[in-house]
Write a protein that binds this ligand. Structure first.
Ligand SMILES: NC(=O)c1ccc[n+]([C@@H]2O[C@H](COP(=O)([O-])OP(=O)(O)OC[C@H]3O[C@@H](n4cnc5c(N)ncnc54)[C@H](OP(=O)(O)O)[C@@H]3O)[C@@H](O)[C@H]2O)c1
Length: 266
């Protein structure tokens, strides 16, 4: 499989790193193009052996799959600029830009809309995708295999991609805030900043792994570690009265709403 990556910034490079690490294709089967020389150089340095093209058309022409990894505002013009090429599978990772805007611009190309997240950089991403008008089951399987290379992937009806954006697309930032706040609590109680941060981050990672590996509902796992009159129930009660759960729900909903707004502006 030959892959072109148009826009080789943070997410483009993360996806390519995973693709190469998983052996989905060899580095010399990947060609990047980026309007920023610095981003181009960084991607070439991060993934030895990949090729660069002088422009987007030259990168995309020999490719079976074209990853569109530019900022949302640039997606539709970028797709329009590919008109003269024969039919390609275009995979867009742009937040908020709906298939209703991309499909007409793509004309004969097949489009898959994807929402990845930044832990893809270390192979721990969480992605969802929706196929466009002309995308076949094979195209969906190709998109899924690329996203699987950098973490987990699931297919959703397109309207739900804005919810995915609000949850897992923006989610790493929420979790960083939670880790920082947990660590601050530890520092208040006398732990060093380094110790507190490590304990907080590892607690998040370990608890998340417990949910994923056990298949148990988080409420069941929480119940297992909450003894009557113990420390945990007192901590949980304080968090509930501080509105933690409601704040997280509101955060996901606000980010999803913003993703829908971005889509309308496209
Ligand atoms: N970062 C995240 O957390 C995240 C999560 C999920 C999805 N996404 C999506 O991923 C996409 C890329 O985000 P990013 O964070 O990787 O951005 P980024 O680091 O800024 O990378 C985008 C790169 O594309 C270049 N570019 C712009 N227009 C181009 C064009 N027409 N042809 C070729 N290259 C072009 C940019 O160069 P210039 O700087 O010169 O413009 C930049 O180097 C966005 O659509 C975003 O919504 C990001």
């Amino acid at each position: 499989m030959k892959i072109a990556c148009l826009g080789s910034g943070k997410m483009g490079t993360a996806l390519l790193k995973g693709i190469v690490a998983q052996g989905l294709c060899a580095p010399h089967d990947i060609t990047i193009s980026d309007s920023s020389p610095a981003a181009r150089a960084a991607a070439l340095a991060a993934i030895p052996g990949i090729l660069e093209a002088p422009d987007n058309l030259a990168a995309a022409l020999p490719a079976d799959v074209v990853l569109l990894c530019v900022k949302p505002a640039g997606i539709v013009p970028l797709i329009q600029s590919l008109h003269q090429l024969p039919s390609k599978l275009l995979i867009s990772i742009a937040a908020g830009i709906p298939l209703a805007a991309m499909d007409p611009a793509a004309d004969h190309h097949r489009v898959v809309r994807v929402m990845p997240n930044t832990p893809a950089l270390i192979g721990k991403g969480a992605s969802a995708f929706s196929p466009g008008r002309l995308a076949s089951p094979d195209d969906c399987a190709t998109a899924a295999s690329i996203l699987n290379a950098v973490g987990s992937v699931t297919q959703v009806p397109e309207p739900l991609l804005d919810a995915v954006t609000g949850l897992s697309g923006s989610g790493p930032a929420y979790v960083y805030t939670i880790i920082e706040a947990l660590a601050d609590g530890g520092v208040c109680e006398g732990l060093s900043k380094e110790q507190a941060l490590t304990l907080a981050a590892q607690t998040l990672a370990g608890a998340a792994e417990m949910v994923l590996q056990s298949g148990l509902h988080p409420a069941v796992l929480r119940d297992q570690v909450t003894s009557p009159g113990g420390t945990t129930i007192h901590g949980l009660a304080a968090l509930e009265s501080g509105g933690l759960r409601a704040a997280l729900i509101s955060g996901v909903r606000a980010a999803s709403l913003r993703a829908r707004e971005l889509g309308r502006l496209a």
